[in-house]
Design a binder for this molecule. Structure first.
Ligand code: URA
Length: 190
């Protein structure tokens, strides 16, 4: 059911739909402009995010902010950032399919409220869950997909770029492509 932001956030912060709720410190609900035309979706909180209750605040988050700034996007101004799962998987393992299924209604409701024009999937897990299960992020990153009235673009996960710094250039090219698309179809982002 479609809830208001207040109602949604209050309920989400109390969620016990999956076992990740038992080990979390904080539900990482999401951050940014609730009227953004661009929504970024990551995989799930890591240690720093779990402690601070905000997505992408660790090393990968700092790299993400740098790449976002490169194309004049800012989590405090013109985008919204959320994750597939809102509670940290222990030892940062991939979230299990059933945890993703249990959590995704919160993200769906957020998406309905934001009504973004473009959805950026950061990394393999988000791209597989949101765009298509057989997506190959190393090959398909930077490709635009139209689905259900939204435009989707998968981009390499900043943590993957930290593990393989030579891929940063690929990600920056994808961000430039995103910028061009924003200029074409968004009215209030820039
Ligand atoms: N990685 C993610 O996918 N999301 C975060 O919020 C932090 C790291």
């Amino acid at each position: 059911m479609h809830k208001s932001w207040n109602e949604l956030k209050i309920e989400c912060l109390k969620c016990t739909q999956c076992p990740l709720s038992e080990t979390r410190n904080n539900v990482v609900f999401g951050i940014g402009n609730e009227k953004a035309e661009v929504l970024l979706i990551g995989e799930g909180p890591g240690e720093n995010e779990d402690l601070q209750g905000e997505p992408f605040v660790g090393k990968a988050g700092q790299l993400l902010d740098k790449m976002l700034n490169y194309i004049d996007l800012d989590r405090k101004k013109n985008i919204y950032i959320a994750n597939i799962v809102k509670c940290r998987p222990p030892k940062n393992r991939d979230p299990f399919p059933e945890e993703q299924e249990a959590c995704i209604p919160w993200l769906r409701n957020q998406t309905l409220l934001i009504r973004p024009k473009i959805i950026v999937c950061l990394g393999r897990i988000a791209a597989m869950k949101i765009i298509k299960p057989d997506i190959k992020i190393t090959k398909d990153h930077g490709t635009l997909y139209n689905k259900n009235g939204f435009l989707f673009i998968p981009i390499l996960h900043p943590a993957a770029i930290l593990r393989n710094p030579s891929s940063e250039l690929d990600a920056l090219k994808d961000f430039l492509k995103l910028k061009e698309k924003i200029k074409q179809i968004c009215n209030s982002t820039y």
